[in-house]
Structures are given as structure tokens and as C-alpha cells.
Design a binder for this molecule. Structure first.
Ligand SMILES: C[S@@+](CC[C@H](N)C(=O)[O-])C[C@H]1O[C@@H](n2cnc3c(N)ncnc32)[C@H](O)[C@@H]1O
Length: 77
């Protein structure tokens, strides 16, 4: 009944049967890396508590395209 998929969500979402999903909980990239955003004075992570990863660095167009794609694919599930 329960399955775990590991891979590119844009590919995996295409393989899931339509209208077979009851709940989608997403924690996708937020495109916050690489732009020198700092949480100065943070009590939990110092001045640099956010992620800074390759998968989280996109242009505005890439970020919109990525989100539009996974949301569109999710709608049919
Ligand atoms: C904001 S983090 C969420 C982390 C997760 N909640 C956790 O606790 O490990 C976004 C995650 O999405 C992954 N990711 C980025 N692009 C992806 C894609 N196209 N398909 C699937 N996962 C992707 C990243 O590797 C990263 O682990």
C-alpha cells in the first residue's frame, strides 16, 4: 500500500497512476541558496543557518518552471 520513490520527482510523478493519491506533502527546494541571505542574530544556527546547495540554486525562470511542473503533475494525482 505504501511506497517510497527515490529519484527526480519530475520523472517519478509521471509514473504514478492518476487519482491514486490522497495527500501530497511537499518540501521542495526554495531557491534560497547562493544569494547571501543570512539570518543574522539567529539563536539556532548562527549567521548561516540556511541550506547552501547546488539543487537549491536556480534562476527565477528555472524556479518558476520547476514549481509549475511539479504542481501540474501533482494535480492529476
Ligand atoms: C528543502 S529540501 C527538503 C529536505 C527534506 N524535507 C529532508 O528533511 O531531508 C529539498 C530536497 O529536495 C531534493 N530535490 C531537489 N530537486 C529534486 C527533484 N527534482 N526531485 C526530487 N527531489 C529533489 C533535494 O535534494 C533536497 O533534499
Amino acid at each position: 500500500m505504501h511506497k517510497i520513490f527515490h529519484g527526480d520527482s519530475l520523472e517519478i510523478l509521471k509514473t504514478i497512476e492518476s487519482e491514486s493519491v490522497q495527500l501530497i506533502f511537499a518540501d521542495p527546494p526554495y531557491n534560497l541558496s547562493g544569494n547571501d541571505l543570512k539570518t543574522v542574530g539567529s539563536k539556532t544556527g548562527g549567521n548561516w543557518s540556511k541550506v547552501n546547495e547546488e539543487w537549491d540554486i536556480m534562476s527565477e525562470d528555472e524556479f518558476l518552471d520547476f514549481n509549475n511542473k511539479w504542481i501540474d503533475l501533482s494535480k492529476k494525482l
